[in-house]
Design a protein around this ligand. Structure first.
Ligand SMILES: Nc1ncnc2c1ncn2[C@@H]1O[C@H](COP(=O)(O)OP(=O)(O)OP(=O)(O)O)[C@@H](O)[C@H]1O
Length: 229
């Protein structure tokens, strides 16, 4: 018997005003699973994911975290869900290391200083640990955001195009980190345009379009690499 879903959507309609951006979404992700979400630019992937985690209201349908309707204002939900979107959200006067320490302490990570050191090293930003956000390159800022997403415990990890602005070596490491998280029992949702990352991590794949459909991961990878219509 498969484990109960961590996050599930049923007939979820996502969009702006009264207009859905894509077909209704019914899907779920369980502990240890990686749900890859793919689709062309503007298909609605980010909108769907934002709706699934309660950052914007659904037009219709529902989304549940465990048994409860998603409520991103609930402290228990925020404690359990780590999200990395493409938003450069930093405190201008905190260094890279201080950002990570803030997140680690806020989420009760044991031995936060050591955890910060580990993540700085894992994301290759030790050399800029004491730099302010404005002193980081765009790729380093991206690494810092991802490190902040990974430094804390989570039952659900949501990554929106984590490959963005990463060099190939870091992209591969990102795949390793995602797999390791899932192996540890975390449910993961990854929106991606990178076939290699999808193939390396996803256990299931959802294509966002006018008709949302679940496809084999290899088919999703072919779709985003342009080798399949
Ligand atoms: N705040 C907003 N208000 C109104 N429409 C929006 C808003 N954000 C996005 N949209 C529209 O919703 C549609 C889906 O956008 P979304 O960002 O979800 O697509 P996406 O699949 O994530 O695209 P990409 O691959 O380019 O990141 C697009 O047509 C976009 O113009």
């Amino acid at each position: 018997m498969s484990a109960p879903a961590v996050l599930s959507a049923r007939d979820l309609r996502c969009g702006y005003g009264a207009t859905p951006v894509c077909g209704p979404v019914t899907t779920s992700v369980a502990p240890g699973e990686v749900l890859g979400i793919v689709g062309f630019n503007g298909a609605g992937k980010s909108t769907v994911v934002r709706t699934m985690i309660g950052r914007q209201p659904p037009l219709d349908g529902e989304c549940r975290f465990r048994d409860l309707l998603v409520d991103d204002r609930a402290a228990s939900f925020r404690a359990a869900v780590s999200c990395v979107f493409d938003e450069d959200a930093f405190f201008p006067s905190l260094t890279a290391a201080e950002h990570l320490e803030l997140v680690a302490r806020g989420h009760g990570v044991p031995e936060p200083v050591q955890a910060v050191r580990r993540e700085l090293d894992a994301f290759g930003i030790t050399a800029v640990a004491d730099a302010l956000p404005t002193e980081l390159s765009s790729g380093q800022r991206r690494r810092l955001l991802l490190a902040a997403g990974f430094i804390r415990p989570a039952e659900l990890l949501v990554l929106d195009e984590p490959e963005q602005r990463l060099d190939p070596v870091m992209r591969e490491l990102m795949g390793d980190r995602i797999r390791a998280r899932a192996a540890g029992g975390c449910a993961v949702v990854v929106v991606t345009h990178a076939p290699d990352l999808l193939l390396a991590t996803a256990s299931t794949c959802l294509v966002i379009a006018d008709e949302v459909r679940r496809v084999p991961v290899a088919e999703g990878a072919a779709l985003i690499s342009g080798t399949r219509a």
